[in-house]
Design a protein around this ligand. Sequence first.
Ligand code: DC
Length: 215
Amino acid sequence: MIAIDGPAASGKSTVARKLAKRLGFSYVNSGALYRGIAWLAGEHHIGPNDASAVCGQMRKSVFKFDLQSKELVFSIDGINPEAHLRNEQVNQTVSSISAIAEVREFLVAHLRTFLSWDDLVMEGRDIGSIVFPDTLYKFYIDASLEVRAQRRAFQGQRDDLFYRDRADSSRRSSPLTIAEDAHVIDSSSLTIDGVVGEIVGRLKMKGLLTALRLD
Ligand code: DC
């Protein structure tokens, strides 16, 4: 289990997916699940600050999780929301939704069960600190706000990173923090391959690649 945490637009999704491919692990983007609940609330016209209505709907809905081609796919009430997970409604509400403690408990419990499927590279905000605190392999990918904003603009997305950073770091329930034993990588001036290379180097040092016979 390899945990990759970091703020929005730090490049962690691209890095985590590439790393998983290289190691033959499955890739789980935990942020997609928080976005899924934000989407669900929007579909039911529930405001992101109405925690009891968000949780009521979440408990009523049917979630299905699966691995396809070594990536997590999921549906909510029979719909795969993937195409909607990065729209403006979701970008604007997901930080409030993910600050709801019951939403976090619900998703953390599911995220932990995925480990029975396969070896995983999982990315998010609290994977090394809360979801899998016992894993030996924890990385925290950072980048300056300026570089992250440029990356989002390049992706053609409107996303208030400053607001999300503040909300994700200051919420009461498992805020974005750097796990004590995480290896921190500043990706501001690194390429994706550079970051993946640094992680692989670290995993080699820790003996994981030898154990996987990838050395
Ligand atoms: O990684 P992302 O930007 O797609 O995540 C969307 C939001 O979900 C983010 O603003 C905070 C929340 N999130 C979280 O609270 N915990 C996680 N493990 C992953 C994401």
